[in-house]
Design a protein around this ligand. Structure first.
Ligand code: AMP
Length: 222
């Protein structure tokens, strides 16, 4: 794989962007870059950006492009980015997509593909409402679809503390889905127009979806 591959995962909340990005990170050494994770870290650290983002995130709306772009640029400047990145939750608006094009050109990285994870909206509220992660290593689980092998113990690291996101409740998920359809779904045509779009059926088994994504990564890198 070239050192500069950047992949974008597009899809509504619950489509599996984070889960699949982590799997690609393990398999290909690409760095998972989640603007949601970066924003949650800023909120937890109480930075100015975090203070401004907090209420918007709790309401299910989108944080301003200015804040998100500043956080993203900062992260993209880190040395580990030369391995290539998998963008999870970014871009989410037309302005972010254009800013990403400019940033990639500036830092000499190429867009490998924008992958649309195609799911049924109705299933997303249940998917999101039941999910939680290991507080230590971040491995994702679900009350119904992906339980740890031993109840209460993380499969990956053995930790026994888990956490749920405060915005993973039915009301906020509906607002997040609406934001996705209004502002992010149009990016599917944007990347289709550039010839960079790939579509993956993301309703089935997690491992099958991972295989479809891995095939795309290999194809793009070939
Ligand atoms: P996520 O972890 O991707 O589901 O993002 C959680 C929340 O962070 C979203 O509901 C937004 O409020 C905010 N957020 C994450 N990424 C972005 C982005 N690229 N642009 C605007 N807001 C974002």
């Amino acid at each position: 794989m070239t050192k500069t591959t950047v992949l974008i995962l597009l899809g509504p909340p619950g489509a599996g962007k984070g889960t699949q990005a982590r799997m690609l990170e393990e398999q290909f050494g690409l760095v998972q870059l989640s603007t949601g994770d970066l924003l949650r870290a800023a909120v937890a650290a109480g930075t100015d950006a975090g203070k401004q983002a907090k209420a918007v995130m709790e309401s299910g709306g989108l944080v301003s492009d200015e804040i998100v772009l500043a956080i993203l640029k900062d992260r993209m400047a880190a040395p580990d980015m030369e391995k290539g990145a998998i963008l999870d939750g970014f871009p989410r608006t037309a302005k972010q997509a254009e800013a990403l094009d400019a940033l990639l050109a500036e830092i000499g990285m190429g867009l490998g593909a924008a992958i649309s994870l195609e799911v049924d909206d109705e299933a997303m509220v249940e998917r999101v409402s039941g999910r939680y992660t290991c507080a230590n290593c971040g491995e994702g689980y679900h009350d119904l679809y992906k339980k740890p092998a031993v109840n209460g113990v993380c499969d990956k690291c053995g930790a026994t503390e888990f956490k749920r996101r405060s915005d993973d409740n039915a009301e906020t998920v509906s607002a997040r889905l609406a934001a996705y359809h209004e502002q992010t779904a149009p990016l599917i045509s944007y990347y289709e127009g550039k010839g960079a779009l790939r579509r993956v059926d993301a309703m089935g088994d997690i491992d099958r979806i991972a295989e479809d994504l891995a095939a795309i990564v290999k194809d793009v890198a070939a």
